[in-house]
Design a protein around this ligand. Structure first.
Ligand code: IVH
Length: 684
């Protein structure tokens, strides 16, 4: 049966799209669409080709989803091909892989090695008689690019293996990546350069969209001196070609060996005995991926026994003994419907993107902040653009940049509005030397709403159920003029505004509870400029009541530890404003306690001391341990350095932290000693 024209046309289009985006990704290091969207194209074409095998050309773009070789670097033939991995997109696919493995090994016992899937660039390092001689990119798996000189600049890649008896040829494979910090630094530099360009009337240059592209671009620099400035790192995870001893029987032995030779081997590697443990490992890292200083996009699961691997062998594309478990994407492309500005409680006008809703990292995103006027200019995003949207963990979604090839022909740069979006339409102003644009109208209803939202929020009076929606509803009905009116709300008023009986009762109960909020919370809730929780706590401790704070002199205020002239001035000026005095009166009349000073008094045993915790403790969760350190005036850090006072080692510790502590002679202590340290500030 002839294939429908529509299907042929779509397959052709998909091939073109895949080839184009492949080139942007690998050839130009400047992708226009997210990985997830690219994967979707590939999946669609795969499905079409599977359904209509007659459509498959002799050489499909799907055969080589790797890089077309750039002319700048000499080709390197991989004697052992650098194959890719099959993906498991969810637990079912992982289990199906596990079943195939079990079947292939006649149900023998299998141990798995779980590794993080580093989102970087695959690289092969070649050593001859212990000396680094070559580095090559993966390319299309068969032929890569010679990047020897550039890779030499990566500090973590050893130049010489100073161990007796190294094999005559040792090829080590791994992933080059750029840490999140290094990427942010580079991105900032590029953005600053662009801001200068825009100011000089020139076009902004593309800014790397993510650490992987930044890493790939850095590795492909013509001048190794430029690569050297880019702070690249590497984790090695696999042996390639080896000539000469030693011979290994398991993958984890090879990793230990590589570690002993001085290669960077990721400390989170785990050997496990069952697929259930693999699933636990995956779930753990899916949840904690954002705590790592580098980006991972999944977990790689490998059969540990090298004999079993040999028996399982390879398909035409990938080994049967390994699988990449992919996490849900954190980046997608979508349509930017419009750019609007929102007005914050201080009047700051923040542009934000209204997006065609898209699922990113497991949640639907329909709005994303664009920060300020300059950011919109620098990123040059316009209504109608297709944009890349990113969400990392709990972080607010961000618009990374436009997909220029999809920009509508008649599009024009977006202009910052000159008036406030509220009904008063007052003029927005940008003061000399300030990057923010503001609405300075004191009666602005948008500012008022945001002030009330801040007041009821968790950081403020923490009134459960009194979120944005409730505030908008009540202020639109003119029931709330300011936060003080919350305390004169009655059941009748709430019911009349359409709240149900249960909700009304809950709201009033939460409001009542907030009357007892500690003074430091009340101070934060008022939204005094520059006054954060720790300065508020100092004020509360020193003055004991809101009235005492409001009548304190600037000098008395500024004399407090943690409160300087700036905060003191801001506090004094806040209380001198007529409007604010009305608010304070309403709060007083509404029964809000002004003198509830509950201070947790923990002896400051760890003042000035940095303590690092690694592994699991039985009596503390990770956060509780860190909080306990902070409560006692100490600093809890994620990494060991010369300034670390002690490393607390729990079960399953991070080996790199322990190794570093040993190297630097930092005391390592167990949980019991940690408890003693918290109490006394002393070791042993
Ligand atoms: S093993 C034959 N281990 O993921 C096995 N790959 O999707 C070769 N990757 O091309 C790869 N972390 O660039 C392996 N711990 C890890 C990895 C890893 C990241 C990359 C690698 C590979 C791609 C496959």
């Amino acid at each position: 049966m002839a294939v429908a024209k529509r299907v042929v046309a779509r397959a052709t289009e998909l091939r073109e799209l895949i080839a184009y985006h492949n080139d942007r990704y690998f050839g130009a290091d400047d992708p226009e669409i997210s990985d997830a969207d690219f994967d979707e194209l590939v999946r669609e074409l795969r499905a079409l080709e599977a359904e209509h095998p007659e459509l498959v050309p002799e050489r499909s773009v799907l055969d080589a989803p790797g890089a077309p070789r750039s002319t700048t670097f000499a080709p390197v033939i991989h004697r052992l091909p650098m194959t890719s991995l099959d993906n498991a997109m969810d637990e079912d696919e992982l289990r199906a892989w596990g079943e195939r493995v079990a079947k292939g090994l006649d149900d023998e016992v299998v141990r798995y090695v779980c590794e993080l899937k580093i989102d970087g660039l695959a690289l092969s390092l070649r050593y001859e008689n212990g000396t680094y001689v070559q580095a090559a990119t993966r390319g299309d798996g068969k032929v890569g690019e010679d990047v020897t000189a550039n890779v030499r600049t990566i500090g973590e890649v050893p130049n010489v293996l100073r161990v007796a008896g190294v094999p005559a040829v040792l090829e080590v494979r791994g992933e080059v990546y750029m840490s999140k910090t290094a990427f942010e630094k580079l991105r900032h530099e590029k953005m600053r350069e662009n801001a200068d360009r825009v100011a000089a009337g020139r076009k902004p240059q593309p800014v790397p969209a993510n650490p992987r592209n930044a890493g790939a671009g850095s590795l492909r620099q013509k001048d190794p001196a430029v690569t050297a400035t880019r702070e690249l790192s590497m984790w090695v995870y696999q042996l390639g070609e080896v000539e000469g001893t030693p011979a290994f029987t398991s993958h984890h032995d090879t990793l230990d060996y590589l570690r002993s030779l001085g290669f960077p081997v990721n400390p989170e590697v785990r050997v496990v005995d069952s697929l259930a443990e693999v699933i636990t490992f995956c779930a753990h890292w899916q949840e904690h991926r954002n705590e790592l200083p580098y980006i991972i996009d999944g977990v790689v699961v490998k059969v540990d026994d090298l004999g079993q691997r040999e028996r399982l062998g390879y398909t035409s594309k990938a080994p049967r003994w390994a699988v990449a478990v992919k996490f849900p994407p954190e980046e997608r492309t979508t349509l930017l419907r419009d750019i609007k500005v929102s007005i914050g409680r201080t009047g700051r006008a923040t542009p934000f993107a209204e997006l065609e809703p898209v699922v990113v990292a497991g949640s639907t995103v329909s709005m994303a902040t664009l920060h300020n006027r300059e950011q919109v200019q620098v990123k040059d995003v316009r209504p109608g653009d297709t944009v890349v949207v990113r969400k990392a963990g709990d972080v607010i979604p961000e618009v990374v940049g436009p997909v220029l090839s999809k920009r509508p022909k008649n599009s024009k740069p977006w202009k910052f509005p000159s008036t406030c979006p509220c009904e008063l339409k007052s003029t927005l102003v940008q003061r000399e030397g300030e990057s923010d644009t503001r609405c300075v109208e004191p009666e602005c209803p948008h500012q008022r709403d945001q002030k009330i939202i801040h007041f009821t929020s968790r950081g403020g009076m923490d009134i459960e159920g009194f979120g944005e929606k409730t505030v908008y509803k009540l202020s639109d009905a003119d029931v709330l003029q300011d936060a003080g009116d919350i305390y004169s709300l009655t059941p009748e008023v709430l019911l009349a505004q359409g709240f149900g009986e249960g909700q009304t009762a809950n709201l009033l109960k939460a409001i009542d509870g907030s009357r007892m909020a500690p003074l430091q919370k009340l101070l934060v809730a008022l939204g005094i400029k520059h006054l954060g929780p720790s300065a508020a706590e100092s004020l509360a401790r020193r003055f004991g009541s809101l009235d005492a704070v409001s009548s304190a002199s600037m000098r008395d205020l500024a004399a407090i530890d943690g409160v300087g002239d700036v905060i003191a001035e801001s506090v004094a000026s806040w209380f001198s404003d007529e409007r604010h005095r009305t608010l304070v009166d309403k709060l007083r009349r509404g029964g809000v306690r002004f003198d509830n000073v509950t201070v947790v008094d923990v002896p400051q045993t760890l003042l000035g001391k940095t303590v690092v915790v690694t592994g699991t403790l039985s009596g503390f969760g990770r956060e509780a341990a860190e909080q306990a350190i902070k409560d006692r005036g100490g600093k809890s850090s994620g990494s060991v350095s010369g300034r670390t006072f002690a490393l607390v080692v729990g079960d399953d510790p991070g080996t790199s932290k322990v190794k570093k502590a040993v190297e630097l002679g930092i005391p390592r202590i167990g949980e019991e000693e940690f408890v003693r340290l918290l109490e006394t500030g002393e070791l042993g």
